[in-house]
Design a protein around this ligand. Structure first.
Ligand code: SAM
Ligand code: SF4
Length: 331
């Protein structure tokens, strides 16, 4: 099988696919209060197009897909799409990132399907603070999802974006949650993907600063072995059921064994989270490209994947630093 290997010898096996740019929440670090300019429905990849893209990529060695957005469960018939993807036997893992506000009724179905990891975004364990961050009053529903997922057969990871002066005081509470719950909390460095650009903050909450905060509260932390191409450095507190990790998303120290590519809801192909799109696969498909032509364009484009996120950002065609909403990219 021809594989997707870049000029630095990294093999691409993981696709992050945004199934929509729409979202039911308005997280401050992701988009402005008024939301983003969503695209016309026709500009979104259809499920048929997405299925084909995944199939073609899976014939080139991609064996893991994460479905994200916007909020994936906002898109009509998302569950039917999952059912179809499930037929692709080249896929070892189908994962989902969700804000959890719409999914508590779907969890049994997700268990029946081949879904492996569900990453639930929850940035506060306090209803009022959650509301301030997401600009929506859905904490109780999201927490219910958390509890149901934790008891399910699905692997649960919590995504917590660390926001200076907003939820840094809750880092210890999130770790305490791992005492009795079988889940992994992942603290994510905030990036400027919010529709406006870098937010002015008192302090920079980098990987090291987050770890320092954790060490000031817990003294029995053990580093866990590193999984290949993992986005997070992982740890466990002695005697606790779950674990936690830190994702250096903005300081970008994880690029050297990156195995990921991204496709946005409008079909923009991204070799790196920090580039501004290399080509549009939707247009290529709609112009009648054959499977072989699609494969060739992926092989050629991926071979040129930038060495790291800093280079990708410096090479942006627009010349502008990142500021677009994460909802248009898929996290
Ligand atoms: N709506 C779903 C959700 O929130 O889980 C999926 C899409 S969301 C864009 C994917 C992930 O990106 C979420 O975990 C979210 O917290 C994260 N994210 C969004 N904006 C971010 C930013 N500016 N910096 C770091 N992570 C961000
Ligand atoms: Fe929506 Fe997810 Fe962005 Fe929050 S982080 S606004 S839930 S897309």
């Amino acid at each position: 099988m021809t594989k997707l290997i870049d000029n630095f010898g990294r093999q691409i096996t993981y696709l992050r696919l945004a199934v929509t740019d729409r979202c039911n929440l308005r997280c401050q670090y992701c988009m402005p209060a008024e939301g983003i300019d969503i695209v016309n429905r026709k500009e979104l990849l259809s499920y048929k197009e997405m299925y084909r893209i995944v199939r073609v990529l899976s014939e080139l060695g991609v064996n893991k897909v994460r479905l994200t957005g916007g909020e994936p469960f906002v898109r009509k018939d998302f569950i039917s799409f999952l059912e179809k993807l499930n037929y692709n036997k080249n896929l070892k893992e189908i994962n989902i990132t969700t804000n959890g506000a719409l999914i508590s009724n779907h969890i049994t179905k997700l268990e029946e399907l081949n879904i492996k990891n569900v990453n639930l975004s929850i940035d506060s364990l306090q209803a009022e603070n959650f509301k301030k961050i997401t600009r929506r009053d859905v904490f109780n529903e999201v927490y219910k999802t958390l509890e149901t997922l934790e008891k399910s057969t699905l692997n649960l990871k919590l995504n917590v974006v660390i926001q200076s002066g907003i939820n840094t005081n809750e880092i210890k509470d999130f770790i305490e949650l791992t005492k009795d719950k079988n889940l992994s909390v992942r603290f994510i460095e905030e990036m400027p993907f919010n529709g406006k650009g870098l937010r002015k903050t008192k302090e920079k909450w980098t990987f090291n600063r987050i770890l320092q905060e954790i060490n000031s509260h817990f003294n029995t932390i053990k580093k866990l072995p590193e999984g290949k191409s993992s986005t997070s450095k992982n740890y466990k507190t002695k005697g606790y059921k779950g674990s936690f990790g830190i994702i250096p998303a903005f300081t970008r120290t994880i690029c050297s064994d990156c195995n990921r590519i991204r496709i946005t809801a409008t079909g923009l192909f991204k070799n790196c989270l920090f580039d501004d799109g290399v080509f549009n696969i939707r247009d290529f498909i709609r112009n009648g490209a054959s499977d072989d032509e699609i494969k060739q364009v992926f092989i050629e484009t991926i071979s040129k994947k930038p060495k790291n996120g800093f280079i990708a950002e410096a090479q942006r065609k627009s010349g502008k630093k990142v500021s677009e909403s994460m909802s248009t990219i898929g996290g």
